[in-house]
Ligand binder design. Structure first.
Ligand code: PRX
Length: 652
């Protein structure tokens, strides 16, 4: 069990409770704590009734026979029901009064702009669905999507959903080997990509990375490429085709079939405690219900809102809160291709002013970078259109919370600090903006139907302020269904600590008011700039270099990123330490996984601290990089001189 504690703050401002304003509450769907408590109680007593009420607001071709079949740890939601997820996100708006409403207001990093109304989005999605079918992609086939943040990324995902194909989006920052792993694990035969994307004024090439991956994985039959940047790419005659050529040759109408509620919608890989990322499988009816309902209540989305979630579609936040949730609600949203600091740190704020963004959802790591850049950037733009702010991905420290509240929200916007995971599909612990009193640093209370608790090692519920494991005791519709192709790993990873109960892998505690304070991961998963990375993944990348005998990776606290990656590397006998080798090893990790996984610190270690049975004692390495010394119990350490050597390395 983690012994990490959130440092108590003595700053008065940090303990302040922010109640929603009367104006905000008056218009909100859930206008008071009394209303929240009442509906929460009902939703926990009869979760199936609550979720069925939400699901009813979607378009079903055939109504379900039973809301939930729960044979722990396997859940089936809205059994017997049939729907088309894409139809729910696109057609039902395109065929009604929202047909000429903007669905996506997109801005490219160089400043190019596009607006897609729901009507246009439908035509684009239909065209691409026709392309996929014409090329032989069938329901249930896996399609790997490796794209920059351009509307075609969302169009590709929606077109897959429309024809029942299972998308697997891979973040554009991942390297060729990460693509190979995901292709192999998912058995995908189709890839959708672009020549490149714009990032910090440069073209980040994507198609060449796909080519590198496809030189190793030979089962891909078709690659469709968007011409975004005009960078030179090789096209293989039989396999590769340009998106624009293909869509020009098919009609803009497509009849969507209905699929079972439990039909797989997507697989998204995320890091775990082993070297191999897990393919998290989400299905259709339940996932859509969860993302739809959380957008409606947590962001209190309205027809007149302009929503902007700054995540990338390569992560779960982009799936749930760019593509499926907001579009299912028929809202207008902003999508941006590039970096927040291009050409400078004023970019986001200028866009908020230009498009009149009313709800803004971002990550604490971005907020900390904005604080560092200076208050004059947001001050130069008119941010008065904002009415609600959100935060996701890691605990938000009080300094970041207060700055966000004051400099972006003008002191008037509630901040919803939303806790959830790739596995949970949708937000599970969160304030409701018109009801919940806010305190910097807590994700506050469970969403409707979510039976969250903190348990100790013995499975007993913790007392207020006692650290324990965060668990969810009842199934919920947007939960993962399995780890792709590995039911045993699914059951063991999430459901074996306490039978029938979902273990999130996070340490947390509740205060006396019942608010949840998330402390951080209890497993070997790092949270670097809000992104999950497995220590074992980075270690195995390091060990794949010919110079490395053994490696240990840990997270050290970092003001900007939350956690930074620190690696300890033991070289093979015939290699010597050098600055060149240090740089080479860091780049090697970048090549194997992607730039986000490159170690920030890389130490050459003559030996690693191990127990007598040979286990690396990462706890000691962590203490060493954080404090410079070791104060804890070292009686199990096999050789103490290892620590003295490392201390010398670190202080160099
Ligand atoms: O440790 C928690 C942290 O991010 C993990 C989930 O990461 P991922 O699956 O990549 O999804 C991120 C976006 C939902 C969690 O186990 N986390 C996420 N949101 C919060 C958080 N920690 C504290 N507060 C949050 N609001």
């Amino acid at each position: 069990m983690s012994s990490k504690k959130i440092t108590p703050s003595h700053d008065h401002d940090h303990d302040k409770v922010h109640k929603p304003s009367k104006e905000f509450s008056a218009k909100a769907r859930i206008p008071s704590m009394a209303a929240y408590k009442k509906l929460y109680k009902q939703s926990i007593e009869k979760p199936e009734k609550f979720w069925a009420g939400e699901a009813k607001e979607l378009t079903w071709r055939k109504k379900w026979q039973s809301v939930l079949e729960w044979k722990a740890p396997f859940a089936k939601w809205f059994l017997g029901g049939k729907l088309n997820v894409c139809e729910n996100c696109v057609d039902r708006h395109a065929e009604g009064p929202r047909r000429n409403k903007a669905a996506i207001i997109w801005e490219g990093e160089p400043g190019d702009k596009r607006v897609l109304t729901y009507g246009q989005l439908k035509r684009e999605v239909c065209r691409f669905a026709n392309v996929l079918e014409k090329k032989g992609v069938k329901s249930g086939d896996r399609v790997l999507v490796y794209m920059p943040m351009i509307p075609e990324a969302a169009i590709a995902m929606l077109a897959c959903a429309r024809i029942g194909a299972v998308h697997n989006v891979v973040f554009g920052g991942f390297a060729a080997e990460a693509i190979v792993d995901r292709l192999e694990d998912s058995g995908a035969t189709t890839v959708i990509t672009a020549d490149g994307g714009w990032r910090r004024g440069k073209v980040v090439a994507l198609k060449p990375v796909v080519d590198e991956a496809l030189a190793k994985y030979k089962h891909v039959q078709r690659v469709i490429v968007v011409n975004r940047c005009g960078n030179e790419v090789k096209m293989e005659a039989k396999r590769d085709a340009w998106w624009h050529d293909e869509v020009a040759a098919v009609p803009a109408k497509h009849k969507a079939k209905a699929f079972d509620s439990e039909h797989p919608l997507f697989v998204l890989y995320t890091s775990g405690s082993t070297g191999k990322p897990k393919g998290i499988l989400h299905t259709s009816g339940g996932y859509l219900t969860g993302t739809y309902a959380t957008c409606k209540y947590v962001f209190d989305m309205r027809d007149e809102d302009v929503f902007w979630c700054t995540a990338d579609v390569g992560w779960i936040t982009g799936h749930s809160y760019i593509v499926y949730g907001p579009l299912a609600n028929g809202v207008t949203q902003v999508m941006y291709e590039g970096a927040p600091n291009h050409p400078d740190f004023g970019r986001f704020w200028k866009m908020i002013e230009e498009y009149g963004v009313s709800i803004f959802y971002t990550a604490p790591t971005a907020i900390r970078a904005f604080i560092k850049a200076g208050d004059h950037f947001p001050a130069a733009s008119d941010l008065s259109s904002l009415r609600l702010l959100g935060s996701v991905g890691e605990p938000i420290n009080p300094e970041a919370w207060n700055w966000y509240h004051k400099h972006i929200g003008g002191g008037k916007c509630p901040i919803v600090d939303t806790w959830w995971q790739t596995e949970t599909g949708a937000i599970l612990i969160t304030p409701l903006p018109g009801a919940t009193p806010l305190k910097a640093g807590t994700a506050t209370l469970p969403f409707f139907g979510i039976d969250a608790a903190i348990l100790d090692d013995a499975g007993k519920e913790c007392k207020p302020d006692q650290d324990g494991r965060l668990v969810i005791r009842k199934p919920w519709p947007s939960m993962l269904r399995t780890i792709y192709g590995d039911k045993e790993r699914y059951a063991k990873t999430y459901w074996s600590d306490y039978p029938g109960i979902y273990t999130a892998g996070d340490g947390a505690r509740r205060d006396k008011d019942g608010n949840f304070w998330i402390i951080g991961r209890l497993d070997d998963v790092l949270n670097v700039s809000g992104h999950r990375l497995g220590t074992a993944e980075i270690e195995s990348a390091l060990v794949s270099h010919p110079a490395v005998a053994e490696a240990a990776v840990i997270g050290r606290p970092d003001d900007l990123k939350g956690q930074a990656v620190a690696a300890f590397v033991m070289l093979k006998g015939n290699f010597t330490e050098s600055e060149d080798l240090r740089a080479e090893l860091r780049n090697h990790v970048g090549k194997v996984i992607g730039a986000i996984a490159k170690p920030d610190d890389l130490y050459f270690a003559p030996g690693l601290p191990k127990t007598r049975s040979g286990k690396i004692m990462r706890r000691l390495l962590k203490e060493l990089v954080t404090t410079g010394t070791i104060s804890g119990n070292v009686t199990t350490l096999e050789d103490f001189s290892v620590i003295e050597n490392l201390q010398r390395q670190i202080s160099k």
